[in-house]
Design a protein around this ligand. Structure first.
Ligand SMILES: Nc1ncnc2c1ncn2[C@@H]1O[C@H](COP(=O)(O)OP(=O)(O)O)[C@@H](O)[C@H]1O
Ligand SMILES: O=C(O)C1=C[C@@H](OP(=O)(O)O)[C@@H](O)[C@H](O)C1
Ligand SMILES: [Mg+2]
Length: 183
């Protein structure tokens, strides 16, 4: 059997909190019509509570277990082609990085720290940034995670100064080559 024949490749968005994964995922979903899975939203829906409550009541490890279980589910051989928006910490586990890479065309959205700080400051949805010094936390996590984003992604996109429509167009232009094999 030719490798990958029964595993339709999805478009997978990775990157730090506030890089635009949820927003660009919606844009790609609208353009392509592929089903959208926003992992955070699905986890919240299934748990019946927001991520802040999952972290507070069960801890970060329990949330990471939910992410890994969901990635395994999304990797089923009969899965449809999808748009998948991940949470920013999905790359911390090596088994997740492997699963992400197998799932399809992986795009790393990134943005400067000031932009991340501004975008994530708009609400209190991200428990890891409920700290005295969110900038220092962002810088420390970015330092740790950057190599994992880089190693997992097929494409990196600097989102600074671009709106979600422009970002989606850039992704689709490059994804075309990945899916068709033609340059
Ligand atoms: N390219 C962009 N330009 C300006 N604002 C953006 C962009 N992408 C996302 N945002 C805004 O930044 C915030 C975080 O975006 P979101 O899509 O939730 O990021 P993520 O899912 O990566 O954490 C939201 O308020 C969103 O509207
Ligand atoms: O970076 C992280 O570890 C997290 C990112 C969040 O998703 P977004 O990247 O969509 O904000 C969410 O999964 C959770 O708060 C943990
Ligand atoms: Mg998101």
């Amino acid at each position: 059997m030719t490798e990958g024949v029964n595993v339709p490749k999805s478009i997978v968005l990775i990157g730090f909190m506030g890089s635009g994964k949820t927003t660009v995922g919606r844009e790609l979903h609208q353009r392509l019509g592929y089903p959208l899975v926003d992992m955070d939203h699905l986890i919240e829906q299934r748990a019946g509570k927001p991520i802040t409550a999952i972290f507070a009541e069960s801890g970060e490890d329990a949330f990471r277990d939910m992410e890994t279980a969901l990635l395994q589910e999304l990797s089923a051989p009969d899965a449809p082609r999808r748009i998948i928006s991940t949470g920013g910490g999905v790359v911390v586990r090596p088994e997740n990085r492997e699963l992400l890479h197998q799932l399809g065309y992986v795009v790393w959205l990134h943005a400067p720290v000031d932009t991340i700080l501004e975008r994530t400051g708009r609400n209190r949805e991200r428990p890891l940034l409920h700290t005295e010094d969110p900038r220092a936390k962002i810088e420390a996590l970015l330092e740790l995670r950057r190599p994992w984003y880089q190693a997992t992604a097929h494409q990196a996109v600097d989102t600074e100064g671009l709106d979600s429509s422009e970002i989606a167009t850039g992704i689709l232009e490059s994804a075309r080559y990945f899916f068709t094999g033609h340059v």
